[in-house]
Design a protein around this ligand. Structure first.
Ligand code: ADE
Length: 273
């Protein structure tokens, strides 16, 4: 996969040289091209922003440098054989970035990220490129960062670990929270490793039992417990046919009951465990 990132802070993307993403780059699984937006400015101060039309606080990133940068990035990518680019615009007003979107982006051959600073990029830039290539305006959460670079790091890591051959163990994302499959839409429960006793704290016996069926059941119950506690919205949204008899028993103990439409909801009097 080819990644182009256009930013006024290329040094902010240094972490792309480290760990999983760094290794994927070294192995040639990820071809990252970093660009300094200021290379496409033509004034003494390398200006990339200006005051907003209509007034208001802050500054807006200008069309000129972004237009020239993206034209050149697209042209040079096509020239070197890349195809089917998609533009990823990190913004707090975008669609939520989810595991499903990470998987969709991991299937693309070429992503171009445009992290913005200030109040964002002049709207005409997105509108212009949306007529040529797919554009995804994405938010990594309901909070406002000082710029989109941290969001690029987040999305790149979520995408890169899904690329074929990037994770050592091909099974390792099967049980991820939010991964499609048997544990779909449940958060992962707790995990343990050696030693078996630490500061007087043991490991749940079932995990030492070697009994795969019981271990799977315990993990599922822990996932239900954790999801009910941290993300009750996920349980409410779940298709009830995803819950087996034992799931229903566990949910009932946690204070959940099926409503007339079959979906689960938490009884108001249920106490926190
Ligand atoms: N830029 C600033 N805040 C952001 C967010 N929450 N997600 C993506 N990009 C952003």
């Amino acid at each position: 996969m080819r990644l182009d990132i256009v930013t006024i802070f290329p040094e902010y993307l240094e972490p792309l040289n480290v760990s999983l993403v760094g290794k994927a780059r070294a192995r040639g699984q990820l071809d990252v091209h970093l660009h300094d937006l200021r290379d496409w400015t033509h004034d003494r101060h390398s200006t990339v922003d200006d005051t907003p039309y209509g007034g208001g606080p802050g500054m807006v990133m200008k069309t000129g440098p972004w237009g020239e940068a993206l034209d050149e990035v697209l042209a040079s990518g096509y020239e070197s054989g890349a195809c089917a680019p998609a533009l990823v615009v990190p913004t707090p007003s975008g669609r939520p970035f989810t595991q499903e979107l990470a998987a969709e982006l991991a299937g693309q051959p070429w992503l171009i990220f445009t992290p913005a600073r200030y109040e964002g990029i002049d709207r005409r830039v997105v509108d212009e490129y949306a007529t040529r290539i797919p554009v995804h305006e994405l938010s990594i959460g309901d909070y406002v960062l000082a710029g989109g670079e941290a969001a690029v790091l987040v999305m790149t890591e979520a995408v890169a670990r899904l690329l074929p051959g990037v994770l050592g163990n091909a099974e390792s994302h099967r049980d991820d929270s939010f991964a499609p499959g048997a544990m779909a839409d449940l958060l992962e429960g707790p995990v343990y490793t050696k030693p078996p006793l630490w500061r007087g704290r043991g490991v749940p016996d079932v995990l030492l039992s070697g009994h795969h069926g019981r271990i799977a059941r315990w993990r599922r119950d822990e996932a239900l417990r954790r999801t009910a506690r941290h993300r009750p919205d996920l349980i409410e949204r779940c298709d009830p046919s995803a819950f087996d008899r034992k799931d229903r028993e566990t949910l009932s103990v946690l204070g959940w009951a099926p409503s007339p439409d079959g979906r689960f909801w938490r009884r108001p009097q249920a106490v926190e465990e």
